[in-house]
Design a binder for this molecule. Sequence first.
Ligand code: PMV
Length: 363
Amino acid sequence: MLDYKNPNLIITTTDLEPGQVTWRSPSNIAIIKYWGKHGVQLPRNPSISLTLASSFTDTRLEYAPKRSGEKDISLQFFFHGEENEKFRAKMLTFLESVTDIFPFLRQLDLIVRSGNSFPHSAGIASSASAMSALALCLCSLEEELFETLSDDEEYDKKASYVSRLGSGSACRSIFPTAALWGKTGEVEGSSDEFAVGMGDELHEVFKSYHDDILIASKAEKSVSSRAGHALMDGNPFADARYADAKRKLIRLLDAMKAGDLEEFGKITENEALTLHGLMMSSNPSYILLKPNTISMIERLKAYREDTKHPVYFSLDAGPNLHVLYPNDIVHEVRPFIEEELVPLCEDGKYISDWVGEGPEQVD
Ligand code: PMV
């Protein structure tokens, strides 16, 4: 097990200047899903995701020597320019939980300013982008104060590890193109504690893949991901699911390396529906899909049947449909999406996204 606890990361200088670090970090869409966990945010099965580009969180961490002598973390939090007590309380709990890793946090007055590129109420989960952006800021702050993370690989590993502690799926957002999280014999260096970048191993076609996110409903989910993961513990299909995910991961990696879009698509859709099937077979059971989600799936399948275009869907833990397709058919697929799927969206809303380069520091 990695141990990032470091009591030496304590500020000893008396003339620390106030400063700031800023990161923009994207969301990601899992192809093999992480659903079910144990211990401290450790996954029951390995997952693999595509890193997105246009759905991101910008987070700025401002710091100054603490004025009061209190030991508690001093934090002000602004979301889209406005103080937000609910988010501040969540962030405070998270920061308190990582003070063994970053003990200097107790010595500073912190102000976090955060905002998403997508509307908060769009039904888009923001935990992956938000937690990865925050983790990157924490690692940059450590590097700025102690120069302990100048090695890029070590930096990414720690940023991914810390992101995971905030939200499991966030650990995959650190890497360009695609990332794998969870130990598997298939990928050397893979770990349950942090994700590894997979972009270089995959076929070029995935570097410019599209993910149009069709908003079936903007409403907050009736069951949170946290509760959903917990329900896997009593799910009678859990063990079969974890074994199935491991098998599918091997097939998926082969397909993604070879650029086999049909096999990629079949596994992608199967995983999306399996995730929702697991929700339906939990106790208590629940459904996050909406009637318009199903209608969109039916239209998409009919379109694929008619045109033979490799357009497939995925789903997160929510009703919104992720439509995945390669860049070379964007001019054919877009009119279909706009004419046939967008009218089924709540308020006609969708987000055009694509595979991206990963986080960037934007100071
Ligand atoms: O990271 P969490 O705890 O919000 O869980 C995410 C779970 C899924 O989005 C449904 C799947 C995944 O692997 O991202």
